[in-house]
Design a protein around this ligand. Structure first.
Ligand code: IYR
Length: 226
């Protein structure tokens, strides 16, 4: 290893195996209750909850620790209306022209269409941007490594944190999303990654009747070399 500054790993905690088991079971049971929601209440959510969830996202691992993400939190009605207008225009294009028959068939069980009222109803929209490159103080570009993977990890942790807090989310990806740079004033070095809709579910919210794969369907354990 090269000679670089280090600190002791004081933050690490080991648990007795039984406690480890209880912790992971409890966490899994809580995460398994998460559902993507498309019907939101307009009930306000305290801003500090959103801030702490974002701080959690900011703990994600990233390529060369360059943390190549930026989050824009929108709660302002005017901006939400602009985003809804632009997103619905893209979605109409998508559903009426761009989407292949296969893609539309895959979306059928979700019952989605080009109408996105939740973009105005939900108290918060969090626009996630991926920074293709960073900037030093003197203006020079800094290459980012694995920005997509890193931003995906941070977004996963954000969704997890918000769920743990008792909030519902929708990972929304109007495509293309370039309008978010313009509406939110983000530089060309940043690519919109997704738009996370955050709030309480509507009182009468319903969700698609869909299933998750079983562990054995998506996992292979290689215990012994064949
Ligand atoms: N962006 C569209 C279509 C859509 C695409 C996928 I992949 C989804 O999982 C859900 C929707 C929309 O938001 O309706």
């Amino acid at each position: 290893m090269t000679d670089h500054p280090t600190v002791p790993l004081d933050s690490y905690r080991e648990y007795p195996i039984e406690e480890m088991r209880e912790r992971i079971e409890r966490f899994y049971a809580d995460m398994a209750r998460r559902r993507t929601v498309r019907e939101f209440s307009d009930r306000p959510v305290p801003r500090d909850i959103i801030e702490t969830a974002l701080k959690t996202a900011g703990t994600a691992p990233s390529g060369a620790n360059l943390q190549p993400w930026h989050f824009v939190v929108v709660s302002n009605a005017d901006t939400k209306q602009k985003i809804r207008g632009a997103a619905e225009a893209e979605e109409r294009e998508f559903y009426e022209h761009r989407a292949s028959p296969e893609w539309l068939a895959a979306l059928e069980p979700l019952g989605t269409d080009s109408s996105k009222p939740f973009l105005e109803t939900a108290p918060y929209l969090i626009a996630v941007f991926l920074q293709k490159y960073g900037r030093l103080e003197d203006g020079r570009k800094v290459k980012h490594y694995y920005p997509m993977e890193s931003t995906g990890l941070a977004t996963g942790m954000l969704i997890t944190a918000l769920h743990r807090a008792g909030l519902a989310t929708l990972t929304h990806t109007p495509s293309p999303m370039k309008f978010l740079n313009q509406i939110l004033g983000r530089p060309v070095s940043e690519r919109p990654f997704l738009l996370l809709v955050v709030g309480y579910p509507a009182d009468d919210a319903r969700v698609p009747d869909i299933e998750r794969k079983e562990l054995a369907e998506f996992t292979t354990f290689v215990d012994d070399l064949p």
